[in-house]
Design a binder for this molecule. Structure first.
Ligand SMILES: Cc1cc2nc3c(=O)[nH]c(=O)nc-3n(C[C@H](O)[C@H](O)[C@H](O)COP(=O)(O)OP(=O)(O)OC[C@H]3O[C@@H](n4cnc5c(N)ncnc54)[C@H](O)[C@@H]3O)c2cc1C
Length: 431
């Protein structure tokens, strides 16, 4: 490949920043431009619903020091929105009628919170959480006895509720399902999160949603579909996110639950790639497309997209992984389970120190470790093996996971599980 001269990355978030880092680390010497519409240089979002939201740190969780961009000759354009892509001309349109040509393009524009379109939805005091500014604005409202209604109990809603309780707010959480996080984790582990929130004083209202918000200028009441009226000082809505595909919709790229890319993260237009929350990528392990809205996916896809831009032979096939911290319960989840025969536990469930395994056809398809650490690599290995596991060994904390891996790898009786075409992982609660 003749060295292309100009690589442009749209979206200065985690995926975009890691792609820029990798391009330079891999020796790309051409012009490299990273464009973001936020005023900040790239930062990581997980602290925005945790310690940063609680005001426990003033530090902005930047991906790189400011000097990184200068030292690596990355032209970082902040507060700059890309408004269009002209694929034929290989040009981007920027706000203010500016144009920028590219030889290779990476799209990493992330996702945006889904809005709750109901009467009163535009009143002051109704918040969404995606950016540093959002986090600061919500955190400023926290305080002893302040009343907060959280709409949605996916990852974002659950973490906000936990942080608000830790700062003394009275928190009510409204959820369409019957349990928190049920859509991703199912009822077995959803119940554990319900107990966690109730034990920490959250009032959880299941199986309903918001009919309307009421208030004079600012929200004062939430009226639910079943007629309950909840007085409140402020509201945070966390009902999931949508991939930011607006920019590419007019460009003619293939879009389906995000920007559709192959296992090299290349879109339907040669030379144009996508990574992070926006990318609905062909996943060779699962045999279908998967769009993942989590930190590790952005962290790992950025570098793979960068290498693909350089023409290297790469494939993105990481087993999905994410983490969440709520109160004193830290957890990591590995895998991707849409259906399972049972959830098998090892450890102390009541004490919230355990591993849960989602088992389908005697194979582990996902695992969640709560307050048990340094096991997620092994859980992912078990998933990758696709071999039957002995249930007794799975539940027995005395049997090391390494032993289970060795046993299942040796188990000649177990045929590999065939690839099944499952539907893509739709947004599952925002985090
Ligand atoms: C509050 C919060 C907490 C989270 N906590 C966790 C967690 O605990 N664990 C976990 O695994 N994941 C967590 N996540 C998810 C994780 O942060 C995301 O998956 C990750 O940020 C995705 O990175 P990205 O680079 O794809 O997109 P983003 O981080 O969204 O970055 C994309 C950037 O592109 C910009 N942009 C978009 N369109 C344009 C345009 N047209 N022109 C210029 N710029 C544009 C956006 O403004 C944004 O700055 C959390 C997310 C949030 C919001």
């Amino acid at each position: 490949m003749a060295a292309p001269e100009a690589f442009v990355i749209v979206g200065a978030g985690l995926a975009g920043a890691k792609a820029a880092e990798t391009l330079r680390a891999e020796g790309f010497t051409g012009r490299l431009t990273l464009i973001g519409d936020e005023p900040e240089r790239p930062y990581e979002r997980p602290p925005l619903s945790k310690d940063h939201l609680r005001g426990e740190t003033e530090d902005v969780p930047y991906v790189h020091d400011e000097s990184f961009y200068v030292e690596n000759d990355v032209e970082l354009l902040t507060s700059t929105r890309v408004t269009g892509i002209e694929l034929g001309l290989r040009e981007l349109l920027l706000e203010g009628d500016r144009r920028l040509g590219y030889d290779r393009l990476l799209l990493a524009p992330g996702s945006v919170p889904r809005r709750l379109e109901v009467e009163g939805g535009k009143l002051d005091g109704i918040h969404y959480l995606r950016t540093l500014d959002d986090s600061r604005r919500i955190g400023e409202r926290f305080g002893e006895g302040k009343r907060l209604v959280v709409v949605g109990s996916g990852w974002i809603g659950a973490e906000i509720a936990a942080s608000a309780r830790q700062k003394g707010c009275d928190v009510t959480m409204i959820e369409m399902a019957s349990l928190p996080l049920e859509r991703v984790l199912g009822p077995e582990v959803g119940r554990i999160y319900l107990d966690l929130h109730r034990d920490n004083g959250v009032e959880f209202i299941p199986e309903t949603t918001v009919e309307r918000f009421e208030g004079e200028g600012s929200v004062e009441r939430v009226v639910t579909k079943d007629g309950a009226v909840i007085e409140t000082d402020f509201v945070v809505v966390g009902i999931g996110v949508a991939p930011r595909t607006g920019l590419v919709e007019t460009a003619g790229l293939k879009i389906d639950n995000g920007v559709v890319v192959d296992e090299r993260l290349e879109t339907s237009a040669p030379g144009v790639f996508a990574a992070g929350d926006v990318a609905n990528a062909w996943h060779p392990f699962y045999g279908h497309n998967l769009r993942v809205e989590h930190w590790a996916n952005a962290l790992n896809q950025g570098p793979v997209a960068a290498r693909a831009m350089l023409g290297q032979d790469v494939t993105y096939d990481e087993i999905p992984y994410f983490f969440s911290d709520q109160y004193d319960a830290g957890m990591e989840y590995s895998g991707y389970a849409t259906e399972w025969d049972e959830v098998v536990f090892r450890g102390d469930v009541a004490g919230r120190e355990f591993i849960a395994f989602w088992v389908k056809d005697e194979r582990v398809v996902a695992g969640l470790n709560m307050n048990v650490w340094d096991v997620s690599d092994e859980i992912r290995e078990l998933i990758r093996l696709r071999r039957p596991v002995h249930r007794g060994e799975l539940t027995d904390p005395e049997v090391p996971l390494s032993q289970l891996i060795a046993d299942s790898a040796d188990d000649a009786a177990g045929p590999e599980m065939p690839d099944v075409a499952l539907s893509a992982w739709a947004s599952e609660g925002g985090s």
